[in-house]
Design a protein around this ligand. Structure first.
Ligand code: ZN
Ligand code: CU1
Length: 218
């Protein structure tokens, strides 16, 4: 079974936030259970109320919780970020339809909830144009961009994808990509600053890349 709630982060104290739901659920099973010893009705009511439910509960409670914990952890594993995939020569940009590997500049790819297909993009710029749309934002489970410091600008290598959310970006550089000014990603601030000094542009982080920014300079 899986949990009904869908809380994202796992706090350090509990193995899973969903215990908030699992715990009352397990308790409700115990409260609603049938007494297990055949006793006369009147006596049974008294003994059951006084100590019946609590003794076995102490012993069996951890056992009852175990499968629920397992269900929670399974869910968390499914939510763990998928690894980046290679971009094929025949892959086309999810936004503009261009053949991705034909053009220079860092590319992007992302993973969405509930689908196996991985949208890939001719440029990190087009990836942001997709990823920043409100209706897409909530569906994204992982986002990758080429690290412009560690791979060739003209034909970036698929072994140099980095997490888009923790990357630094240089915007407004003289280096050419496609679909408008390049959004050049870097894994470190130092690398981004070095690139900006050499090729121009300003250093931004993930939160600074907005649809307004991209629309302004088309
Ligand atoms: Zn494109
Ligand atoms: Cu394009």
């Amino acid at each position: 079974m899986s949990c009904l709630c869908n809380l994202p982060a796992t706090p350090p104290i509990f193995p899973c936030y969903r215990l908030g739901w699992c715990l009352p659920f397990t308790l409700s099973l115990w409260v609603g259970r049938k007494p297990h010893s055949p006793v006369r009705p009147a006596e049974h009511l008294i003994t059951y109320r006084r100590k019946g439910p609590f003794k076995p509960m102490k012993k069996l409670f951890p056992l009852a919780m175990f499968p629920l914990l397992f269900a929670c952890n399974e869910g968390d594993a499914a939510n763990a970020a998928a690894a980046p995939v290679a971009i094929d020569d025949h892959d086309r940009c999810h936004i503009c339809g261009m053949m991705i590997t034909k053009y220079p500049g860092p590319k992007g790819q992302l993973f969405l909830k509930g689908t196996e297909s991985v949208p890939k993009f001719c440029s990190s710029r087009d990836m942001f144009n997709f990823a920043l749309q409100t209706e897409n934002q909530r569906q994204i489970t992982a986002m990758y961009v080429h690290d412009a410091a560690s791979t060739d600008w003209e034909s970036p290598s698929d072994s140099h994808f980095i997490d888009a959310k923790t990357a630094y970006y240089v915007y407004g550089t003289s280096k050419k990509a496609v679909m408008g000014p390049a959004v050049a990603p870097f894994s470190t601030l130092e690398a981004a600053e070095k690139f900006a000094n050499e090729y121009g542009g300003r250093v931004l982080d993930f939160q600074d890349i907005t649809l307004e920014l991209l629309a302004d300079s088309k």
